[in-house]
Write a protein that binds this ligand. Structure first.
Ligand code: NAD
Ligand code: UGA
Length: 458
């Protein structure tokens, strides 16, 4: 039996380790966190994250070969392998503020591992980190006089929220980077064997440490770049009566381009895309590559533009004033099937509408608590309503901001009848049947497609 520890019981630690534990009943797994409320929630019937399929897996392995604890020191001492999945947010102070990754949680964890270790261990970077972080970690960990040796591996996580269980059960690839030394390669092989329990070997990719660390930032940058590219084109479509879905379909049929991640939207959100691209931008600046930095920075600039363009289109369409008008926001989560609202475009649109003094009501099936928390003081000016029909009642406009499937199934005739007229729908996800909504009487504003409006052209 191997003792495997994960430090950090957030989205990554909490949704990956239970799946590893379910495939490896011969090993003992512990997930620790300094956040007591979070650990208590993982031990309860009400898990702290909403992720389809996760509840059943956690219930199957919890207290069998997976344990949750706040006793970080004790479990470090007992562990043979330690996954570290603590948060690495954008640094908000000092050098690199606003771009670089804040590594304080990481470094604290490394020092805590060192303090509490009495045996040599394999340390696995699961968090997303700047390239060459492992070098600093190795230096800190191996600066001990206890005769201990630590091998640091990079094993970035590629799961997407909402499909975390599927992504982990059946990953496109597992990436593991290690040192090209005897001990480094032994550590790497140990991790390969763990994953090979359920992942086909040809999907387990091994590289040097720096390629692995960098690949994670690059994967997110490429994914986000595709969204910003199609969103840039959506703006042009709106000016030219081209239809962005048709353009995406036409270009996506080219195998070299591919069809995925070409859904134009109100913008990408989530805790990682913006943070990781800004981290990449910072690294390029740090290594004296300003042109490369500007190239990637534009992906973030375009995304912010798209969020604000969407909100301005709403104001413009509604006769250039929304002050005092009830506006129903359908969706708070940054994507469907998660309760995560971090960097959600829905919240950014909400902020702009509040600036315009709209009476905002927000609905979402799972994410209202997080939205309230994330909006801070602004939440006092927002009504939160679980039922979308109640949210839409007396509203001048609905904005679809998260692509929850349930929004497709609503009775829009009933909703139209309950709204102020003229009634508007701004579909920030191109989710709904626009022609049908238009025939009901709505003025419909999709992303990157001609508006369908009963109003006179201005
Ligand atoms: P999170 O904020 O949800 O969770 C991190 C957890 O680490 C928190 O619960 C925090 O209390 C805990 N923590 C911080 N310092 C600690 C310490 N010293 N000891 C014990 N616990 C500590 O973050 P997350 O979304 O799980 O992301 C973690 C990392 O994984 C980040 O680097 C992120 O970029 C990366 N990542 C996230 C996703 C995702 O979908 N969220 C996907 C891939 C990679
Ligand atoms: C993303 C990556 O997909 C994961 O591989 C990565 O592990 C993770 O970031 C991370 O590092 O945190 P995630 O943010 O959970 O996963 O979700 P995505 O499905 O990538 O969606 C991100 C945002 O882009 C969402 O707001 C989504 O609505 C938006 N999006 C996605 C679009 O607007 N259009 C698309 O075509 C695809």
């Amino acid at each position: 039996m191997t003792n495997i520890l994960c430090i950090g019981a957030g989205y990554v630690g909490g949704s990956t380790i239970p799946i590893v534990a379910s495939h490896c009943p011969q090993h003992k797994f512990v997930i620790v966190d300094i956040n007591e409320a979070r650990i208590a929630a993982w031990q309860s019937d009400n898990l702290p994250i909403y992720e389809p399929g996760l509840d059943e897996i956690v219930k199957k392995v919890r207290d069998v070969n997976l344990f949750f604890s706040t006793d970080v020191d004790k479990h470090i001492a007992e562990a043979d392998i330690i996954f570290v999945s603590v948060n690495t947010p954008t640094k908000l102070f000092g050098q690199g503020a606003g771009k670089a990754a804040d590594l304080q949680h990481w470094e604290k964890t490394a020092r805590q591992i060192l303090r509490n270790s009495t045996t040599s261990k394999i340390i696995v970077e699961k968090s997303t980190l700047p390239v060459r972080t492992a070098e600093a970690m190795e230096t800190i960990l191996n600066s001990n006089n206890k005769g201990l040796h630590f091998d640091v591996l990079s094993n970035p996580e590629f799961l997407a929220e909402g499909t975390a269980v599927r992504d982990m059960e059946n990953p496109d690839r597992v990436l593991i980077g290690g040192r090209e030394t005897g001990s480094g390669q032994n550590a790497l092989n140990t991790l390969v064997e763990l994953y090979a329990t359920w992942v086909p070997r040809e999907r387990i990719v091994t590289t040097n440490l720096w390629s692995s660390e960098l690949s994670k930032l690059v994967a997110n940058a490429f994914l986000a770049q595709r969204i910003s590219s199609i969103n840039a084109i959506s703006a042009l479509c709106e000016k030219t009566e081209a239809d962005v879905s048709e353009v995406a379909h036409a270009i996506g049929l080219d195998n070299r381009i591919g069809k995925y991640f070409l859904r134009a939207s109100v913008g990408f959100g989530g805790s990682c895309f913006e943070k990781d691209i800004l981290n990449l931008v910072y690294l390029c600046e740090y290594y004296g590559l300003p042109e490369v930095a500007r190239y990637w920075e534009q992906v973030v600039t375009m995304n912010r533009h798209q969020e604000h363009r969407f909100a301005s289109n709403m104001v413009h369409a509604m006769f250039n004033t929304i002050a005092g008008k009830r506006v129903a926001l359908f969706g708070a989560a940054f994507k469907a099937n998660t309760n995560d609202t971090r960097e959600s475009p829905a919240l950014e649109v909400c902020r702009v509408l509040l600036d315009e003094h709209a009476a905002v009501v927000m609905t979402d099936p799972h994410a209202l608590d997080n939205a309230r928390y994330e909006l801070g003081q602004l939440a006092e000016r927002v009504s939160f309503e679980l039922d979308p029909y109640t949210a839409a009642k007396d509203a001048h406009a609905i904005a679809i901001l998260t692509e929850w499937a349930l929004y497709k199934e609503l009775d829009y005739e009933k909703i139209y009848a309950s709204m102020a007229k003229p009634a508007f729908i701004f579909d920030g996800r191109n989710l709904l049947d626009h022609k049908k909504l238009y025939s009901i009487g709505f003025n419909v504003y999709p992303i990157g497609k001609p508006a369908l409006t009963h109003l006179r052209a201005d």
